[in-house]
Design a protein around this ligand. Sequence first.
Ligand code: TXA
Ligand code: MG
Length: 339
Amino acid sequence: MKTEVLDLRKGKEGPSISRAAELLKDGKVVAIPTETVYGLAASAYDDEAIKNIFIAKGRPQDNPLIVHISDLDMLKMVANNVPNLAYTLAEKFWPGPFTMVLEKNDDIAKSVTGGLSTVAVRLPANEIAREVISKAGLPLAAPSANISGKPSPVSAEHVIADLSGKIDAVLCSADSSVGVESTVLSLCSNPPRLLRPGAVTAEQLLEIIPDLVVDKAVLEGLSENDTAASPGMKYKHYSPEIEVVLVDGDSKKYAEFVNNADNAVAVCFSEDSGINVKKYVYGSKFDEATQAKNIFGILRQLNNEKGKTAYVHAPSKTGIGLAVYNRLIRAAAFKVINL
Ligand code: TXA
Ligand code: MG
């Protein structure tokens, strides 16, 4: 298949967005920019189109997709019996990097939710994403636009590297400003449950939901007997082609450790000094937002370090740092060294 490249960076705004919307109305699969990561979109009502998303990504069929809407009116096209709490949260966090799991509307294609009775819904902040959705006039199911298991794409080039020849089109725009996927909150659990941390932080949610539960899978691997509240959490994720290990400890101990490890590359903070091996800096240790923006790009660059092991200096688990930690611990297949 030839993938049509619609590049908004070349100044053809109007026609490219309309073309993407036309393709989506026609049952095609199109990668689109969002503020979190690029998404691989198709009509949430079209079972065949959704199946093509799963095929292009190589995604397990029981891992449900997030449905994207362009305004609050569209919510009723997607979800039933929406609780008042959802509207309170929508007012505060939409449009934005925030997804709510709600009771599913029957019009949503079965393959979107992998047979679940619930649906995950997001109203993105990225204006291009919203314009595509509103021009198509359809809610769009869109997982991250990467090959399943690989780091999520934060630039059009990441999407093209993974999916060129496998999807109908890619709408290229600026790099994603947040850099990690949306926060996923289930309102179908009582009390509400944080399934995936993101740029809308646990601290922010606790101000509105004092009895918020943070799912165990946010920081730990699931054992074989556990059932996943969010099916995505049980799969291997975000992995470059080399081994990744998370290393927790102060700057001095971290430098000593990587300098003495075999075949090491360091993924570290700008404050880390005295490192004698090749290093990739993912931000200041005090600036979790920059860490989030950089981390998936660096995980992709690590593919150039064949035969090495990447030792990542572990971020804090506060604010958006919890999201960075959650992605890194999966990239590391839960290997953590405490110094
Ligand atoms: O920021 C994002 O959320 C990006 C952009 C494109 O919007 N999308 C994204 O989609 O990250 P994806 O498919 O890579 O991750 C969706 C996550 C998975 O962990 C999935 O298991 C969970 O949301 N999920 C989807 N529907 C669910 C449901 N009904 N119940 C529980 N978890 C659900
Ligand atoms: Mg994903």
